[in-house]
Each structure stands twice: as structure tokens, then as C-alpha cells.
Design a protein around this ligand. Sequence first.
Ligand code: ADP
Ligand code: MG
Length: 843
Amino acid sequence: MVAQPNGDPSAPLSPGLDHQALERFQIWIRPLQQALSLEAERGFVNVQGRQETFHSFLSRELGAPPGIPFPPDCKERLQAFSNDFQSYPSLSDAARRRLVTTVRQWLHALRQRLEPTRPMAPPKLKVATSSPAAPATHHGIMPLDAPLSRVRGIGPKQAERLASLGLLVVRDLLLHYPRDYVDYSALRRIEALVPGETATIVATVRRCHGFTSPRNPNLSILELQLQDPTGRIKVSRFLAGRRFSNPSYLHGQTRLYPNGATVAVSGLVKDGPYGLSFQDPLIEVMESAQAPLQSKRIGRLLPVYSLTEGLTADRFRTLVEAALPSVRLWPEPLPPQRRQARQLLDRHQALTAIHRPETSEQLQQARQRLVFDEFLLLQLGLMQRRAALRQRAAPSLRIASDRDGLLARFLDNLPFQFTGAQTRVLAEIDEDLERSEPMARLVQGDVGSGKTVVAVAALLKAIQAGWQGAMMAPTEVLAEQHYHSLCQWLPPLHVTVELLTGSTPLKKRRQLLADVASGGCKVLVGTHALLEDPVAFERLGLVVVDEQHRFGVRQRNRLLGKGLQPHLLTMTATPIPRTLALSLHGDLDVSQIDELPPGRTPILTTMLAGSERDQAYSVIREEVEKGQRAYVVLPLVEESEKMDLRSAVDVHRQLEEEEFPDLKVGLLHGRLPSAEKQAVIQAFARGETQVLVSTTVVEVGVDVPEASVMMIDHADRFGLAQLHQLRGRVGRGAAASRCLLINDSRNPLARQRLEVLVRSTDGFEIAEMDLRLRGPGQVLGTRQSGLPDLALASLADDGSVLEEARDEAADILRNDPDLNNHPVLRCLLDDQRNRVTSAAQLN
Ligand code: ADP
Ligand code: MG
């Protein structure tokens, strides 16, 4: 499919592109390649981006290539592809996959053809790869950029299958790390297996059958009976998903393990009513049934890769083996002294060992090196960004410490004392503000820990120094909440504060913008949309951003006013674990308010089963009778047949008519117009409604001290951090508060997750557990996070390597800020930046 007679981009003869054309070409092709790999990764579902769907993006972009000298016939081919993508939604899965694969390969070839030799190889290696088109040498060493079809043993068909895994060139294959290893060095006899232990056995298949669970059509089970000279054991493999219940699929699976075949099984041994078993272990069919114990695999760690149809495990390993000699060409990013100082393997040793480990110690070392490199790049990128920011000039907000100053009066007027943590964090902010480089600080603190007052203090300092401040929130509801709390503190000090949101009437808006531009308005509160439609300030000194994980370079640039960069203070009540904070916010300083104001009564959290909803309703009734109020939170707005979620609208009706006919029940959801939302919240705050049914819009910013019950339906569908946030909506007053988590899931993991909340009220601990149980992508909302892909590194487990890499990155940049003496690192970093930017474009 790759070698097209027409418009074959790898055909000879092309005018080299000049610099400008090359840049236009790259700007066009990168998002395309990114979108295609995202689509492949997601299983050809026609991914919905923020702006448009995958197919319309592809169709449009392929149909409008930049006006640069393309090789002959390319344009026609692109047009044809563009047309193909128009009908993408109506294609079968297989046809979609074919189209995506073909276009990926074609674009890849086009890029190879139009771009000059890739800069990744360091100069000294150019000798070895001097002739990029040279065929594989007899040592089997091929350039890392050689298409896989040139690897011995890979034909066009095979290459296509590999392409559907995103593997196009030798480098890709080498970077396709094993997802696991079968440990043939921990070999056991069946009689010697111990429950609770991880072990490997080599045994013969006696029986294998597959069936779909009679109780759950989405669960199919493959069951094997295995035997070795010392006994028998059962092995089950669970296949979750309706597509597996297809009888012909199941039959195909059983045929993989014919009677008499020799298999190696590796996994956790479990004890059960019918004796010992392996559950969901790795299973390998071994080739030599006769003498398994003589097999070359014994005593080895055998890599296991994630595979695609039509590629057996053994076959795949052979392919990787064939490509492995090429690791010698791998550019080494770290100079030898640095490697030695940290006792790291060479990059090429590490790559070899990750695919062909001799011992588990060696595997460990290999992994360590590769993880180190992933983190090193991440940290270098963030630190360079931070350094660039520091170069800008910011107003130095130094004020005399007089007792009549705004800040002093504010602190004096407060009806409470700052906690130790608040005082510490404010001092950290103060120090930043007095510097003439822009502050970039993140304040993390649990809900109710008193972040907002700290921000107000910082704003007052800016104003006292003669500057203006802005405060931005992600939603209108939250912006309005902030506005109200600021109105409580600022006007008494004769500081003007105004609110600007999408629903501000035009006339008011004009007046307001004029006041901001003239400096008459000192503090402007609004949504992040303030940035999209930049407001001109007379002298903007400090910007406070609430509840935003990421504040990108682009947004920061929009804040540049009159050549001076305002200071930036970000606040979040979704504390993220230190490891994640370091990797995600390596370009921010982080402060933590890790202490709650005194006198709060802890919230009692209980988990209830779906069948125990009545108990929750009784609690609500009791509290309302005591004069308190209750939230009932649901995950979705409308009935979703698929997931059988009870919608807020239905629940509202049911509560109003059946459960609490004598009470007033309010309804709040994201689809209500802003004014109506505000009215619903006000009614609840004033006690006109006693129960508020809501979707997660209450998560941020609604502050009603009389609310003392938070019931969360389908709690299993929320993330822990989000549940913790929701729970923070109660317990704001003096009354003891309760949180009721309804768990409708039978999944033990869901239960385990919710138990974390029952046990702990510490936001940091909860975030840490969430990260462990769900992984960082889930915790942060996947690709929104702007984290480059980490292939091997785990943010939950590799904390210490991350710290080392961070030190190393700082040390490298100290002596070589632009990485002029580290060309390989520099290229890798450029590459990574391009990948991240183009990923962000589609999202
Ligand atoms: P956050 O923004 O971190 O959720 P807020 O700043 O909104 O927290 O504070 C929550 C509540 O606690 C507010 O009513 C605030 O006035 C109050 N508060 C803040 N700091 C203190 C303190 N040190 N002592 C007592 N109450 C405080
Ligand atoms: Mg707050």
C-alpha cells in the first residue's frame, strides 16, 4: 500500500525546500501526524477535538496543503486522501484503520523526502550513517530512520501492521518498550506454588475453553487446565467487553492454546475454593514442546510487547532482535562524566537491555536510565521556559511597612488571625513581589484552607505599591463568588473592585473597561475569558488565577502590559502530589497552605451502597429539620441509557415529589443560563430552598455555611480529588457536617478508592492515592495537562529518579543555558516541544 505509483513521495527528484517553505510544511504536517496517531491510539473512534472532529480536521488540512514545491502528483494524492476522510465516519473499523495507516505511512515518507537529514544524530555519528539510503549492512545495523520494511524479515504486509501500532522506522521499533516480562528465572513446579506469590510455571495444556459469563454478557472467560509432572492448575483469563463474547472470537482464542501445547505462565498465584489458580497471568506458548526445560528462554526475562493482530509474540521479538544492532547508532544525550557520576548505563546499553535483559538487576538499571532521560527532558524543557520568563522585567512591588497602609489595615480588620501556613505563604509571595522579575507561584491548599484571603493580601500589596490587580476564575459562578468575597474586604478600604464576565451588559462593560484603562478601577474580577479579549489596564501589577492547572506561555504573553510582565499567582484546591507538581509545574514555585483554620469540625464521611439511598435521605431530612441544608450531587445532566445514570433532572423531580414533598428542592446544572444559576444558588444560600440537586457545577466556589450534608450519587464515577473538592462544600460553618458517598459499583477497586475518602480528609494524601490508583493522565484530564508522553516513567513510582533528573537538569543549564554544548539534548528537546505543541493544537 505504501509504494504508490502516483505521487509516491519517496520517488527520487525533489527540489529541496528553502527554510521558509520547510517551516510552512512542518507547521502543516505536524498536527496532521499528531491527529493521526491520536486517532490510532484511541482505536479509530473518530476523535472529537475541542474544535472539530478528527475526520473533518484531516479532510480540511489534507485538502489545503501549503503552497510549496511538492513532488509531482503529491497534490492529487492529498486531494484524494482528503476526499477519503470525508466519508471516514461511514467506514468500517477495518477500513478506517487502513486509511489511517496508509496516510500515516505516506505522510511519513513525504516528510522524510522533504526534510533535510534529521538533526537527531549527533555530528560524530554521521560517518556511520553517511549514506542514509544504504541497504542494511551485514552487521544488521540500519540507520534509525530507515523504514521498517527494510529490516530483514519485515515485508510490506508486516510493515503495515507495524504502522498501525505507530511503528514506522527502526527508531520506533526500538522505542516500543516491552509492556512486561515473563520471568523464566523464577521457575516453579506446580506442587511448589504458594498463594500470594508471583511465579512462573512451564506446563502442558490439558484443556482450554472459552465462555461468556451467564450473568454478565460483557465478561468472557478463557479457562485453561494445565499440567506438569507434579500436578494440575487452573488458569483463567478475563476478557472484559462485549466484543469478546463473539463466539468465533472466543473460539479463535482457545485455538491459541491447543491441547498438548507447552505454555509458560507467569503471574500471581491465588487460592480459591477449587484450589490454586493463576488469574490473568501472562501466557506464552512455547515453541519446543519436547524439551521446554532446555529452552533458551529458561532463566531469562522474556519481553512481552503489546501486539496487534497477525503478529505473534515470538515473531515480534524476532523483529525487535533484528533491529537491535542499530541501537549502536543511538545518540547519547549525556556526557560520560555525568553518566558515571550517576552510575547510569549508556543509552544504547539501556535500550538493548530493556529489550533483552540478562538479569533483573540489569533490567532495573536499563529502566532507570531510560526513565532518567524522560524526566531529564521534561525538566530541561520546564526550566528553560522558566529561565525565559525570568528574563522579563516585572514591577517591583515594594511598600513601606507603615501601620496605616492598606495591607496592614486589612490584616488588622480581619476577624481572625492568619494561620501559620497562611503567614508563611504570604511571606513567600511578598518576597517574590518585591523582585523585578515576574513571580510565577502556585499556591496549593485544601478547600477552605484560606487561599482567597492570602490572595487578597497580595492584591492589596500591589495596589498599595500603586498598581492594579486582576483575579480570574474558570467559571462565571466562581468569578461571581470571588467578586462577592472581595466586596466584603476591599470597599471598606476604599479600594474599587469590579466584575467582568460574558454576561456583563454592553454599556456597563464599556464603562468598566474605561475605568480599568484609566486606573480608576483597582481590581478587576472575571473569567479566564478576560484574556481571550484582552483588557487594557493602566498599570497591571498582579494577576491571581484561581483553579487552573495550567497557565500556558501563550496566556502569559497576553498579560504582557506596556513591556512589564505582571506577577502571576495561581491558586488551586486540587493539590497534586509533589512528584506531579515538580514535573508539571517545574516552571512554577510551589507554596502549600497545609493547615486549616482552627475551629472546623471534621466532616464525617460514609460510603453507602446504591440500595441504601434511603438512609442518605433520612440523614438529609434530620439535618434540614435542625435548620441545615443539603446538596445532592449527580454526575450527568441527562439520562444516559448506556451508563444508566440517574440524571439530575429526574432526581430533582423524584425528590421534590416523593421524598421531600414538604421541602423546597432546587436544581442547578451547567446548562442553565448564568443569571438563573446565580438565582438558584442565592435561593439556596438564603434558605428558600433546603435541598439543592446539582451536577458538579457546585464543585467550585459555592459557599453556603448552613449546608451540612453532601450526598454524592454514583460517587464511583468521580475522581477522588473531585470528590474531595465536592466534600469541601460542606463543613464551612460551625455545625458538624456529613458527606454520603453512594457507591453503585460492584468493582472492588471503586470501593477501595472511595475508602480513601472515608479514611482521610487530607487533600494531599488523597491526591497521592488518586495518582496511584488512576494514573496521572486521569488525574489531570489526560492530554489537557500538557505533559509530554512518558513511555516508561511512572510519576507515582519514580519520584526519586525525577528528583535526580531535576538536579541534573539544573546543573546542565547552569553551565550551558542554551544547551550549545549538548547538541543531542537540544535536538531531543526541540522534538519534544513540537510534539507537545501539535498535540495541544488538536485538543
Ligand atoms: P479557600 O479559598 O482556600 O477555599 P477561603 O479563603 O475561601 O478558602 O476561606 C474559607 C473560609 O475561611 C472563608 O470564610 C474565610 O474567611 C475563612 N478563613 C480564612 N482564613 C481563616 C483563618 N486564618 N481563620 C479563620 N477563618 C479563616
Ligand atoms: Mg476558594
